[in-house]
Design a protein around this ligand. Sequence first.
Ligand code: GLN
Length: 292
Amino acid sequence: MVRRELFEECVSLLEKSGNEDAAFDTTCIFEDILEERHPLFSPLSQVPSDKERTIRSLAERRSEGYPLQYLLGKWEFFGYPFAVGEGVLIPRPDTEALCELAIEICRKEQLSSPRIMDLCSGSGCLAITLKKELPLAQVTAAELSEKALPFLKENIKLNDAQVELVQGDVTDPQLAAAHAGLDMIVSNPPYLTAEEMASLQTEVTHEPAMALDGGRDGLDFYRAIAKIWRSSLKEGGWICFEFGDKQHEDVGKILAENGFENITFRRDLAGIVRCAAAKRSGGPNNGKEGTC
Ligand code: GLN
């Protein structure tokens, strides 16, 4: 079969399944399997029959709602390549807003070799991008999931990034106590609410619940991290969080209650208030109790 014919067949299959990016997804599958950019520049070339079978089976899997990124086994974030697959959250473009905010703060505050810790690192997209963009930074990635860790390790190698890896639970005060003197904490923790977890888009049901489930109101990790990790930051150190749509007021409140100030919010490309940065104030905890 020639490329154009197979392409049209796959696009039509994906369109029938309700996929609004059918041509884009099919192009990604073609590029991956034919190992060529712009495969439709030669629409009349024959697709070898083994590749035709593979392309068709990937398109079928995609039409059942399996994530494109897992089918390809890789995805780009901030211009860097990341290996992905079942067990690790797919890097989202939304998270690039958090990366930009963290980089901007490091530059503005003239932190020449900041100590940065990424909590709930997953694929490592935040930790690795920060290390690539701020080569003098000392970056540590913390992740608990046995299934995510191999991807994180692979991505550190793939990007030739010197990121230190620790396996641990970010809600464990001992992990925080073992990492003092940080200039910055970044985190894209699980933040979906129980209601959202009960009505996930088919694609997202294939992603690890552990990376998505933020407890009843979606805010469990913000409460825990703001309280437990505050004293791991230097005085004047920064915390940068990603969160979900309409969570910014609650996250802002949690930050303020836990002794953070200068809270600034940032929108993602879709216009959603997506992340916040805040500075650790002086004193033990502003004289207040944390709100865990
Ligand atoms: N942005 C993801 C989603 O909406 C959630 C990621 C997270 O919980 N950190 O599916």
